[in-house]
Design a protein around this ligand. Structure first.
Ligand code: IZC
Ligand code: ZN
Length: 410
């Protein structure tokens, strides 16, 4: 699969460059050659081969990329299931002080080590299901110290885990209880205190905001993201998930690298995103789990020229799953994406959504040797045979990190 200069959109999302009888040669953690086996062998003729892994004709893809997760958090929220079945909505639970705010309480109460152990377990699961790079947001601390605690855990995971962790500051995830009815004052704290300190410590590459009715307005989101941009953060935005409020338009206006959810985005907003090159990160496991009637309009997005990526949105509330393979199935069935579009969305387009397309997301010479080998004969088999794990082997930076479906200690 070729990366090209920008994220894939339109018909090119389905052009994956699959090679039957392909091979990949790896050296120093990077791809030396990729393509038909005879050609690859020709290109590396004369070099010593230290190890060969025979895929036996089965499916190999680039390492999957999960560009939107709330990886580091305390506790869980299974009690919300009964509320949901009684018809209480996600935003109603939040307005009652539950939802994100209950995870904030559990995250504040947890030690850094406890958060690390819990997040590491999830990261192991993500890896077992084929993810080799994962974005991780803060946003369950909502004080400088508690946000730093989450971000330090993400940094420690990046240093100690085979999966690469890309860090995003999301102090504007909810208005904390102590700022109830004083959202503007909290926005000022995020801008004046949190963003500069996180920048100074180099603990996050991106800044994200939950722009939604009852959470942060378009004006508040704009103020935070502009301040973040001035400090040099890349920008992301949870936009138009539940109600249409101009989040997609704002993402285009500010030149965000990605906009997330977008179920209620307008045609004008999506067209503006296409023109501005903002990647749409669709999260079908979330709409499935929230039991909402509509899903992100991925087909319309692709036709409009918006580059679509996919992600788990792994979090303890709206999407408690680490499985990108489940996301593949839901993207086909609910978003009506083809398996080819889905793999593009989880590799090269996901890489663009986190600013890593020069290093990962395709099997091209010079990129990191991140690969997944599946117990599957072809690509369509993955979303088709759903609810189980097809991964056999994962290679990260040229090293075997999952073998026989088990994590190899780092
Ligand atoms: O904990 O509910 N949507 N943030 C925005 C979330 C879901 C995470 C959560
Ligand atoms: Zn999210």
């Amino acid at each position: 699969m070729r990366g090209g200069p920008g994220p894939r959109s339109g018909a090119s999302m389905a052009e994956i460059g699959a090679v039957a009888g392909g091979a990949v040669a790896i050296g120093d953690g990077l791809i030396l050659a990729a393509g038909r086996e005879e050609d690859v062998r020709d290109q590396i003729a004369g070099r010593a081969i230290l190890q060969e892994l025979d895929a036996q004709g089965r499916l190999v893809t680039p390492g999957l990329i999960d560009p939107h997760t709330h990886l580091v958090h305390g506790g869980s929220r299974e009690h919300e299931l009964a509320l949901k079945l009684r018809g209480v909505t996600y935003l109603e639970i939040l307005a009652q002080g539950g939802g994100i705010l209950s995870t904030v309480e559990m995250t504040r109460a947890a030690t850094e080590d406890e958060l690390y152990v819990k997040a590491k377990k999830s990261l192991d699961t993500m890896l077992l299901y084929g993810a080799t790079t994962v974005e991780a947001k803060s946003g369950y601390g909502l004080t400088l110290e508690d946000e730093l605690k989450q971000l330090r855990v993400a940094k420690r995971l990046q240093e100690t885990h085979a999966v690469d962790v890309v860090s995003t500051f999301m102090g504007a995830h909810a208005v904390p209880t102590e700022y109830k009815e004083r959202a503007d004052a909290y926005v000022s704290t995020v801008i004046d205190t949190m963003l500069p300190e996180i920048k100074r410590l180099g603990l996050a590459e991106f800044c994200d905001v939950f722009c939604e009715h009852g959470v942060f307005t378009v004006e508040q989101s704009r103020a935070i993201l502009r301040a973040a941009r001035t400090l040099g953060f890349g920008l992301k935005i949870h936009a138009d998930e539940i109600e249409s409020m101009g989040g997609a338009e704002l993402a285009a206006e500010l030149g965000c690298i990605s906009a997330e959810h977008l179920l209620a985005a307008t045609d004008e907003g999506l067209n503006a995103m296409a023109r501005a090159g903002v990647v749409a990160v669709c999260l079908p496991a979330t709409s499935f789990n929230l039991r909402v009637a509509n899903h992100a309009r991925a087909r319309a997005m692709i036709e409009m020229g918006v580059s679509v990526a996919l992600s788990t949105d792994y979090n303890p509330g709206s999407s408690p799953t680490e499985s990108l393979q489940l996301v593949m199935t839901l993207a086909c069935l609910h978003l009506r994406m083809t398996p080819e579009e889905v793999i593009t969305a989880l590799t090269i387009n996901a890489a663009h959504a986190i600013g890593r397309a020069d290093q990962i997301g395709s099997l091209e010479v010079g990129k990191q040797a991140d690969l997944v080998l599946y117990h599957a004969p072809n690509l369509a088999y993955l979303p088709y045979h759903f609810g189980i794990n097809h991964v056999d082997t994962v290679v990260k930076k040229g090293r075997i990190v999952v073998t026989d479906g088990k994590v190899v200690p780092f």
